[in-house]
Design a protein around this ligand. Structure first.
Ligand code: DSN
Length: 418
């Protein structure tokens, strides 16, 4: 007879994988700028019974019965998202950042219309018009970038291109740009060209929530985000917009792009948004900024060139072209030393995306583990040591042992098996 499990059956091969992943997260330094560690509460709620429920549609307008608590849940999550970001309308169903962006584009444009986005190799994102993504296949695309001398966004070029191309959509938002974006300039470009302004705030949403980064809500018409980066929620997406675009955005997510929402993830988004509304979330974001500045200082002092010369955010982008090592080699060396990070193109990079000349480093996850500036001093020593000794496996192993010892000071999910 097939029945509901009343006890948890052991599945040894699967459990072994989960335990190894837990140990990896515990024993290594997580410096991927787009990753974080959710609270134990968010982790618990991500695996709630809402994983069992279908709820296609929206509160009070579902295509399934039994959605009364799903409705309450979605209302609560929307309310928290609106409150946290001061938005008129929130859609919390997007499964990820790319589906949030896809829905935002469909709400604002028709296939074949033109999107003006940031060049991927200058810090943009695949879903901002890259020919490799749906965005570059469905829409016509043009790109702006950074200035060669300052490596800051060339706002004059944004305005000039907007006036020339008359795009339907201008996308502002980045995945490896370490500086604050001037949304006022983008609004100006949108107004002059009659475009809709969509801001993808995925990377810096946590800082926006804390009031430490200028809010795009407004001046953007539509704002998309993931919920798992600096916002420190479950893996997922979200869209905020002016009320006037609410129906178009909702229709674009469902039935336009997605089917049933992931209610268990929406529940976890509610928990994370609740945490972000607490005053200590501002302290957390402040500490991220202090930690990144300290990391930037160490890297600069040790002769590493940082794109744009520094950072205003949770990440730095190291330009390795003066160091006789490429991004891939750096990523591998750091990994051997117990540090997880990713290779990344730098502006005007001549290397392929699979190699790159840069290394992106973030501090959001380290800060969640409780690290402050004095800890970042040690982290920076590990990073610089690994970059300097990238060919020396013995040295990298020594750093890895030191890292494993160091991370013990910052317990991660104590008591949890996986
Ligand atoms: N892949 C994410 C990042 O690492 O920035 C963006 O989607």
């Amino acid at each position: 007879m097939v029945s509901l499990n009343t006890e948890i059956r052991s599945d040894l091969p699967l459990e072994a994988i989960l335990k190894r992943e837990m140990e990896r997260q515990r024993n290594k330094l997580e410096m991927i700028a787009s990753e974080n560690f959710v609270s134990e509460n968010v982790l618990r709620i991500t695996s709630s019974v809402f994983t069992n429920k279908y709820a296609e549609g929206y509160p009070e307008a579902r295509y399934y019965g039994g959605c009364e608590y799903a409705d309450e849940l979605e209302h609560l999550t929307q309310t928290r998202a609106r409150k946290l970001f001061g938005a008129e309308h929130a859609n919390v169903q997007a499964h990820c950042g790319s589906s949030a962006n896809m829905a935002a584009y469909f709400a604002a444009a028709k296939p074949g219309d033109t999107i003006l986005g940031m060049d991927l190799s200058h810090g943009g994102h695949l879903s901002h018009g890259s020919p490799a993504s749906f965005s570059g296949k469905i829409f016509k695309t043009r790109f702006y970038g950074v200035k060669p001398d300052t490596e800051l966004i060339d706002y004059d070029e944004v305005i000039r291109l907007a006036e020339e191309v008359k795009p339907r959509i201008i996308v502002a938002g980045t995945s490896s740009y370490p500086r604050i974006i001037d949304f006022g300039k983008f609004r100006q470009a949108a107004d002059r060209s009659g475009a809709m302004l969509i801001v993808d705030m995925a990377h810096f949403a946590g800082m926006v929530a804390a009031g430490l980064y200028p809010s795009p809500v407004p001046p953007a018409d539509i704002v998309t985000s993931t919920t798992h980066k600096t916002l420190r929620g479950p893996r997922g997406g979200m869209i905020l917009c002016r009320r006037v675009y609410g129906k178009a955005v909702d229709d674009a997510i469902f039935p336009g792009v997605q089917g049933g929402p992931l209610l268990h993830v929406i529940a976890a988004k509610a928990a994370a948004l609740g945490e972000a509304l607490e005053p200590d979330f501002i302290d957390y974001q402040r500490q991220i900024l202090k930690n990144t500045l300290r990391l930037a200082q160490h890297l600069t002092d040790s002769g590493h060139k940082l794109v744009s010369g520094g950072t205003d955010t949770h990440l730095v982008l190291v330009d390795l072209r003066n160091k006789n090592i490429n991004g891939l080699q750096a990523e591998i060396a750091l990994d051997k030393a117990g540090i997880t990070a990713n290779k990344n193109t730098v502006p005007f990079d001549r290397e392929r995306f699979s190699i790159t000349s840069g290394l992106r480093l973030g501090t959001a996850a380290l800060t969640t583990r409780g690290m402050v500036e004095s800890d970042i001093d040690e982290v920076a020593d590990f990073v610089v040591g690994a970059l300097r000794n990238a060919d020396d496996d013995g040295h990298l192993k020594k750093i890895r042992d030191m890292v494993a010892n160091f991370t013990k000071k910052f317990p991660l999910y104590p008591g949890l098996e996986f």
